[in-house]
Design a protein around this ligand. Structure first.
Ligand SMILES: Cc1cc2nc3c(=O)[nH]c(=O)nc-3n(C[C@H](O)[C@H](O)[C@H](O)COP(=O)(O)OP(=O)(O)OC[C@H]3O[C@@H](n4cnc5c(N)ncnc54)[C@H](O)[C@@H]3O)c2cc1C
Length: 291
């Protein structure tokens, strides 16, 4: 069964954000926002007879901009993974984000897939969210009522649910630069080296202070994919590592903290037990590299 075409009357393609928000305000959940459509098209092809009315964001240049500031890069929700992966400042200063964008499906998918779509599709296995969590990103939402910026940590409130209200659009994602001496570590573990949905993915930013006795953690942030119903940070682990000497961090301690932070399940791609072990391995690797 294939998806039938939406009529022209059901296909809204505004040329300004204000116009898009007005449509969203009037129609609410009766219109579906589409960006690159790489997630939505799969669902429609899988069974829907007709496309629902559509709010097509592809003509909104203001949603596609990538702006470099002194402390952060602000990426429009409709910027493609291909642009993010090849952006010189993102590559140089937010290397994990360039890497995760490059891991998001094939090159053809990356050309269409947007960062906003990756976040709003709200898959716990999506590739960019762990990196955004580790960098401490913020997301900006807008509606006709105004705009608000919130921490990305906590944005996913449950499986496929977010803090976004029905009349809001995701406008941009602001990703602060990590401290220049911070150690960054990103790894996606899947069945293949490319074009695989992750079994586990982890991103880490670990900042340390050095003295005669070695490196001591002054801040550590993590992001994980595929180990819970939403992309997860690891607040218990971050708190446990604060002030610790890297050489003194043992595996049991990490395992204990992650038992609280992560809630993996058995599914078609892996088992909960494997995911727990790999998550601990990835954290231990990140700690070893930071030392
Ligand atoms: C073959 C294939 C391989 C893939 N591989 C990967 C992979 O390796 N890793 C990975 O993470 N993903 C992968 N994906 C999933 C998908 O490509 C990404 O999630 C992509 O980033 C989605 O972006 P999009 O612009 O296409 O979203 P769309 O399909 O246009 O939208 C996705 C959701 O986000 C909502 N939305 C989009 N933009 C906004 C906005 N600005 N405000 C509010 N809501 C919005 C839409 O309403 C919809 O609910 C793959 C998909 C396919 C088909």
């Amino acid at each position: 069964m294939s998806a039938g075409a939406a009529s022209a009357a059901d296909w809204h393609r505004p040329s300004s954000l204000a116009e898009a928000l007005a449509i969203r305000s009037r129609a609410g959940s009766a219109v579906v926002a589409i960006a690159g459509c790489t997630d939505l098209m799969v669902g429609w092809n899988a069974g829907a007879r007709r496309l629902p009315p559509v709010l097509d964001l592809s003509a909104l240049d203001e949603l596609a901009a990538i702006e470099v500031g002194p402390d952060a890069v602000t990426i429009g929700a409709a910027a493609s993974c291909a642009r993010i992966a090849t952006h010189p400042v993102i590559a140089a200063r937010l290397g994990m984000l360039a890497a995760s964008a490059r891991q998001t499906g094939s090159v053809a998918i990356q050309n269409r897939a947007t960062l906003g779509g990756n976040i709003m599709n709200a898959s716990p296995a999506a590739d960019n969210p762990p990196v955004l969590l580790a960098y401490g990103a913020r997301v900006t939402l807008a509606s006709v009522r105004g705009s608000r910026t919130v921490a990305y940590e906590g944005f996913h409130t449950g499986y496929k649910r977010t803090l976004a209200e029905v009349d809001e659009l995701l406008v941009s994602v602001t990703v602060p630069f990590p401290a220049s001496d911070a150690s960054i570590h990103y790894r996606k573990v899947g069945t293949r080296r490319s074009q695989a949905i992750s079994k586990v993915a982890m991103a880490a930013v670990i900042a340390t202070t050095v003295d005669g006795a070695g490196r001591q953690v002054r801040a550590a942030r993590f992001g994980f994919a595929s180990v819970g119903p939403v992309p997860l940070s690891a607040p218990t682990l971050s708190a446990a590592l604060m002030g610790e000497r890297l050489v003194a961090v043992d595996r049991d301690r990490v395992e204990h903290a992650l038992a609280t932070d992560l809630s993996p399940v058995d599914d078609i791609r892996s088992t909960a037990a494997y995911r727990r072990q790999v998550a601990v391995n990835l954290v231990m690797q990140a700690i070893a590299e930071a030392g």
